[in-house]
Design a protein around this ligand. Structure first.
Ligand SMILES: Cc1cc2nc3c(=O)[nH]c(=O)nc-3n(C[C@H](O)[C@H](O)[C@H](O)COP(=O)(O)OP(=O)(O)OC[C@H]3O[C@@H](n4cnc5c(N)ncnc54)[C@H](O)[C@@H]3O)c2cc1C
Length: 170
C-alpha cells in the first residue's frame, strides 16, 4: 500500500508512531472576467508582486504566492486582495471576480524541501510518496518512477537516499 495523501499523509502516519516534519504553504486562485477586446495571450508573471495572471477557459486566472498558515485554518482574503490590487495596476482590463470563493490549495512542504519517497520507516509494508513542496505537478512522474523501482527491487535511476522517509526519524 502507498500513502500519497499530500499534506494529509502525517494524519495517518502519526497514528502509526511516525511524525515527519511537514508544514504547508497555502495558495489561492481566482478567475476574472476579461473586459479588454484581447486578453493576454500567455501567462504573465509579476515577480515583484508575487503573482501570475494566466488566460484560461474559465477566465483570467490570478494565482497568489505562498501563504504560511496552519493547514486547516480558515481562508484569508489578504493574499488574493494584495495580488488583485497589484494585477489591476498592471492590467486595468481585469474584470469582476467569477468564482463564488477563491480556490485554496495546500502545498505539503518538508523541513529540507525534498519529497518523501520510499518505505515507511516503521515497516509494515507501507510505502510513501508525498511532500513535493512547490513541485508536485513537475516531480510526480519522476518520484512515481523512483518508487516503482524501489518497490520492484530494481536498480533505481537515481540515489534514493536524499528522499528516504527514514531521514525524519521521530
Ligand atoms: C497553490 C499551489 C501552487 C502550486 N504550484 C505548483 C507549481 O508551480 N509546479 C508544480 O509542479 N506543482 C505545483 N503545485 C502542486 C504541489 O506541489 C502539489 O499540490 C503538492 O506536491 C501535493 O501533491 P500531492 O499529490 O502529494 O497531494 P494533493 O494534490 O494535496 O493530494 C492529496 C489528496 O489526498 C486526499 N486525502 C487526504 N486525506 C485523505 C483520506 N484520509 N482519504 C482519502 N483521501 C484523502 C486529499 O483530499 C487530496 O485530494 C502547486 C500546489 C498548490 C496548492
Amino acid at each position: 500500500m502507498i500513502l500519497t495523501l499530500g499534506a494529509w499523509t502525517p494524519d495517518l502516519t502519526k497514528g502509526l508512531g511516525w511524525h515527519p516534519s511537514v508544514f504547508v504553504k497555502r495558495g489561492y486562485h481566482m478567475h476574472y472576467a476579461p473586459t479588454a477586446p484581447a486578453e493576454p495571450a500567455m501567462a504573465l508573471l509579476d515577480a515583484d508582486a508575487g503573482y501570475v495572471l494566466a488566460p484560461m477557459r474559465q477566465g483570467l486566472r490570478l494565482t497568489t504566492g505562498a501563504e504560511f498558515a496552519p493547514r486547516d485554518a480558515p481562508a484569508s482574503p489578504i493574499a488574493l486582495d494584495r495580488a488583485e490590487t497589484a494585477a489591476r495596476r498592471l492590467y486595468p482590463a481585469l474584470g469582476a471576480r467569477l468564482d463564488p470563493a477563491p480556490w485554496l490549495g495546500q502545498r505539503p512542504c518538508t523541513a529540507d524541501m525534498l519529497p518523501i519517497v520510499g518505505p515507511f520507516p516503521r515497516g509494515s509494508g507501507l510505502w510513501l510518496n508525498f511532500g513535493h513542496c512547490h513541485q508536485g505537478l513537475t516531480l510526480g512522474p519522476t518520484t512515481g518512477r523512483l518508487l516503482a523501482q524501489l518497490m520492484g527491487g530494481e536498480a533505481p535511476f537515481t540515489d534514493p537516499t536524499p528522499y528516504a522517509p527514514a531521514r525524519f526519524s521521530r
